[in-house]
Design a protein around this ligand. Structure first.
Ligand code: OGA
Ligand code: MN
Length: 331
């Protein structure tokens, strides 16, 4: 297999390197030309230094090993990647996600029996009922879904959390409904040495119940309470692809091990506040058929409001599962 990253010395990607040298040379854009038969993918940074746009690739078609490797390298380097104008249907979105790695097999929802989408692995990030109509204001699913507006990392409340998420825009509202992203590697890098030393060994409990409690939502039934029992995760982790450390934060955190609850929660609040300062946030303004992919191991994101009682927003998310619980991963 042709390895483009081994072609020239100056193109070899190294952990901890802030930019791929392959990129940024010619008008902020460079074609990665691996072999005659593969598509020429274009990668260029947009907005913040942790977000890139990839064009000149058709995600409806099976990806070559080189294309998958390039996407993984771009994800290691950046952490959020935008693929504009990908007109995928459900089968194609599932096939694309599958080609990148093992999928999360379960959705984290309330009212599991009320499903609009056919694939169990596809998360319905919409304001729509099973029949396609807009959810009522007091629908449990709407109230639960509003939790996406809190800064979080997908599935940090699962024993083995999420790796990449891929969110595809099918229908977007005329205004609002941006998705914001923050880089938790940069957040770690910015912390004072003393704070780094203090938080590095810490372990937190994560649960959907904790994030929803912040919004006053506690209408879980017994089965849901069992499903969403807290799980422990490291507060600091190391990214296997880049070697960079990051703070593993989410509004799902409800307890820091070894600390009285309020003490731990103030620490987490301060860390989230610092990590998501305006100047470090990328706000994605959606166009129809954008597919945005982010690495949950080293970023947080949140939904922004839109008039969800009037306009439809239909987004569908595929999620790759991480390799193991964070405590079983080396730091
Ligand atoms: C998600 C999510 C935010 C949004 O899909 O995991 O948090 O803007 N989405 O819909
Ligand atoms: Mn999310």
């Amino acid at each position: 297999m042709l390895d483009p990253f081994a072609l020239k010395n100056h193109q070899v990607w190294r952990p901890n390197q802030r930019f791929l040298p392959l990129i940024l040379q010619h008008k902020n854009e460079k074609t990665l030309n691996f072999s005659a038969e593969t598509t020429l993918m274009h990668i260029r940074p947009i907005g913040n230094d942790f977000v890139a746009e990839i064009t000149n690739i058709d995600l409806r078609l099976p990806l070559t090993a080189e294309q998958i490797q390039t996407i993984d390298h771009a994800m290691d380097q950046y952490a959020v990647v935008v693929f504009p104008k990908q007109e995928l249907d459900d089968d194609q979105e599932v096939a694309f996600a599958r080609s990148l790695g093992p999928l999360e097999e379960t959705r984290a929802v309330v009212d599991v029996h009320k499903q609009r989408l056919a694939y169990n692995q596809m998360n319905d990030i919409s304001n729509l009922d099973v029949d396609g109509s807009i959810l009522a204001a007091d629908d449990r699913r709407r109230m639960f879904n509003l939790g996406n507006s809190l800064w979080h990392s997908d599935s940090s409340f699962k024993a083995t959390p999420a790796k990449y998420s891929m969110l595809h825009a099918r229908v977007i509202p005329p205004e609002g409904g941006n998705t914001e992203f923050a880089d938790m590697r940069a957040a770690w890098d910015r912390l004072p040495a003393k704070t780094k030393a203090q938080i590095e060994p810490l372990v937190c409990d994560h649960s959907l119940i904790y994030s929803r409690a912040q919004l006053g939502f506690d209408a879980f039934n017994e089965q849901e309470l069992l499903n969403y029992a807290p799980v422990p995760q490291r507060l600091v982790r190391k990214h296997p692809g880049s070697g960079r450390k990051s703070v593993y934060l989410a509004s799902h955190i409800g307890l820091v091990h070894g600390m009285p609850r309020p003490e731990g929660m103030i620490l987490i609040r301060d860390l989230i506040e610092e990590a998501t300062r305006r100047e470090f946030v990328y706000s994605h303004v959606w166009s129809q058929f954008d597919l945005v992919m982010w690495d949950n191991r080293c970023t947080m994101h949140r939904a922004r409001p839109y008039d969800d009682k009037i306009y439809k927003r239909d987004m569908r998310r595929m999620t790759l599962t991480d390799s193991a619980p964070t405590l079983e991963q080396p730091l």
